[in-house]
Design a protein around this ligand. Sequence first.
Ligand SMILES: C[S@@+](CC[C@H](N)C(=O)[O-])C[C@H]1O[C@@H](n2cnc3c(N)ncnc32)[C@H](O)[C@@H]1O
Length: 384
Amino acid sequence: MVNQLKGIRNALSKKIKTHGSISFRDFMEMCLYEENFGYYSQEQIKIGKNGDFVTAPHTSKLFGYLLSVQIKEFFDILEKDSSLNICEFGAGTGVLAKDIMEFFMNFYPDIYKRLQYTVVEPISKRRQILGEKFIDFKDHFKVIEDFKDTKGFKGVVVANELFDAFPVHLVEKVDQDFFEIFVGLNESGDLKEERVEVSGSDRELREYIDRYLKKLPDNYRTEVNLDMKKWIRNFSSDFKRGFCLIIDYGYPRDDYYADFRNRGTLLGYTRQRVTEDFFRYPGLIDMTAHVNFSDAAGWFQDAGFRCEGFCPQWAFLGGLDIEQTIEKAFGSLEPFSPVLAGVKSLIFPQGMGESHKVLVVSKDVEPKPKLKGFKMKNDLARLK
Ligand SMILES: C[S@@+](CC[C@H](N)C(=O)[O-])C[C@H]1O[C@@H](n2cnc3c(N)ncnc32)[C@H](O)[C@@H]1O
């Protein structure tokens, strides 16, 4: 850990000394993904009860089982394609992949026989780890570096907590002017924050600010996730037909840029605690910003997708044959058991039920389907 901290500090200083101050987006990208020292480039990524933060698949296998119920419906709708493909982005330690494959293996063996599960993992160390972990599933599982390698994907794409891990631009409105936060070095060589006026040369960021942020109150700091836009644009050219199931914490635009949220949503996580001190242990803490689901939906539409639905996680999971699926996952649930506690945190508003949202988009799927996951609630109109 000491070497990692030294390594990332040296890499950051070198970059800043060579290029001058770097944008917060570039700083965050290095902290998370720098080839040798980035948070997600390590052999162990610290997700789970004993790690830095917990995600839904690490909370209960019911999450993967319930998503599988929705995926089964997607497969039924896509029936004219003979291949049954699932492609997951940001698979992390692979828990969700395991639970989804286990669900089909145990309850739909005919589907499982034809199922191909692909994980897209840009980090080579992690590709190797996942490949070894899933050796027993090898006829049904592969890890690839780039979505392009699917050569025109048809099927179902799953991404749980992917977009929140993208590096974001940090912007601040002060005295009616917009500034971008940059990271430089002080006289002692330590990282320090700088404010740089947003210029016309950064066209995409300027356009975004002009379109959506002009009305923000003064002394307001927030994030803009332009990497999500780029990702959706690239992704769409290799996605031919099917559904994408996106789960993450976040809000529609009006909530995201609500007046009271004047410190934005960016946070660091370490050992299940939050921190806003991003300079103390760069590379050793997770850094994450909530997802602006209006942006995501709009950018998917611009790229030729149709939005099928958007709702909180509790409503989505609650619509997916939850009682029968609990029985499939656990038989019965003992009162006060850790298993029941896991199920509750997926659904309850104090857990991930309300903070996490589900967005489903489709391409080349006709007629427009009515999906089980949105039978309790569909808030798509809120993303306008
Ligand atoms: C917050 S973790 C979520 C892990 C997992 N989905 C879970 O729920 O436990 C985000 C993951 O997304 C990965 N990631 C980030 N950008 C990616 C990209 N462009 N393609 C694929 N994975 C990416 C990170 O390396 C990291 O493993």
